[in-house]
Design a protein around this ligand. Structure first.
Ligand code: SF4
Length: 380
């Protein structure tokens, strides 16, 4: 089946280009500790062998950036880095990568008095000096607070969309067009809507598609497939990432899943239904990365999935996140949320913090909360 793709701009990322009719690039991210150079290079190579076009590495501090320099020396893979709250790390990482991602919602955490446009000017300058592309990465759990304040709290699409469009306009005004945009949510229906609406307004800008915290296979793959089939089938999307909660050696499964979905769409084997997950238990979990605070995270996510099966007929969302960087924000909208610390797991109910519990107690605490939640729903 020949899919008519949107005619987006060409954006070069190292040895590949996305947009402008180029093949849809498949990305993944390492989940090793970045400072464990051998393990990280090994995982970059495994991802490349599986067919990754771009590999992202987490960098949170100067030591990670030093490790990245050595990783760069040992691989020619197209590398990208995700800047979190400390946007000034850009100048340390950009010399070693082909793409830098920033999140508009994270530009508020450092140097709060400095306007975001000045910070973006700096990032664009760093990208230009180092021959890097940029991804403007908007995420449902960390939207620019100024944008959130402008819209009805029940409308999660408009703030994401307007934040992305505003940043695009600013990069354009600087004459910098070597960028793509991502608009990610853990709900595939929202991913479809926000990306479609973006593409209607800016059909020229390449889109990086992904369902964030899609969770464990097979549900994580099904959720992602739903979004990708609907979007790519309509010509929207230039690069993809399938985010799966899988143990470390299995990260190449993300690439295999992404390639399979693309092959199926190209062959017309489209089989998703958009109402997946409606009125049923929905477990969302992050794919884990270098920041994960305890190696038991993936086991915990699997145990949560197994323990909660008795509640599968209930319309309840449980979020399981690996660290304090994104855990607190990304668990806010879940009915029950867990995010990992080194020795304790933090538990939340509808955004309210209930405390932090040792790893060997958290499942019991979660079950008590789940039972109470079901009782209120049944009694309602
Ligand atoms: Fe990495 Fe933390 Fe995001 Fe999980 S929640 S993918 S550990 S940054």
């Amino acid at each position: 089946m020949q899919i008519q793709r949107n005619s987006t701009r060409r954006v070069v990322i190292g040895s590949i280009a996305i947009g402008d009719g180029n093949p849809i690039a498949v990305q993944s991210m390492t989940a090793t500790k970045t400072q464990d150079i051998d393990a990280t290079v090994g995982q970059v190579r495994a991802l490349e062998e599986a067919g990754a076009d771009v590999v992202r590495i987490a960098v949170d501090n100067k030591k990670d950036a030093e490790a990245l320099a050595e990783i760069r020396r040992q691989t020619s893979a197209n590398l990208s880095v995700d800047l979190q709250e400390n946007y000034r790390l850009a100048e340390l990482v950009a010399p070693h990568v082909d793409k830098v991602r920033y999140n508009p919602g994270h530009l508020y955490h450092h140097e709060r008095t400095k306007p975001w446009r000045e910070k973006v000017n700096y990032l664009v300058g760093v990208a230009q000096d180092n021959d890097c592309a940029i991804r403007i990465g908007v995420n449902c759990g960390s939207v620019d607070p100024d944008k959130l304040a402008l819209y009805d709290p029940t409308d999660s699409i408009a703030p994401m969309l307007e934040s992305a469009l505003e940043h695009c306009e600013h990069l354009d005004s600087l004459g910098f067009t070597r960028y793509c945009v991502s608009l990610k949510d853990s709900d595939p229906k929202k991913v479809i809507e926000v990306n479609q609406r973006f593409a209607e307004r800016r059909a020229d800008i390449p889109l990086h598609l992904g369902v964030t915290e899609a969770g464990m296979p097979p549900d994580g793959i099904i959720k992602t497939r739903i979004a990708f089939e609907q979007l790519i089938g309509r010509g929207v999307g230039d690069t993809i990432r399938v985010s799966l909660t899988v143990p470390n050696p299995r990260k190449p499964e993300e690439i295999a899943a992404g390639r399979q979905i693309l092959a199926d769409i190209a062959a017309g084997r489209v089989r998703s239904v958009v109402d997946f997950g409606l009125n049923t238990l929905n477990i969302i979990s992050c794919p884990s990365c270098s920041r994960v605070e305890n190696e038991a995270f993936v086991d915990l996510a699997e145990q949560v999935r197994d323990m909660t099966q008795y509640a599968k007929e209930h319309d309840i969302t449980i979020a399981v996140m690996g660290c304090r960087v994104n855990g607190p924000g990304e668990t806010d909208d879940a009915d029950l949320g867990l995010w990992c610390g080194p020795n304790f797991v933090n538990l939340k109910r509808s955004g309210e913090e209930l405390g932090a519990f040792p790893y060997d107690q958290i499942l019991g605490k979660l079950k008590l909360e789940l039972d109470a939640l079901i009782a209120t729903r049944v009694g309602a």
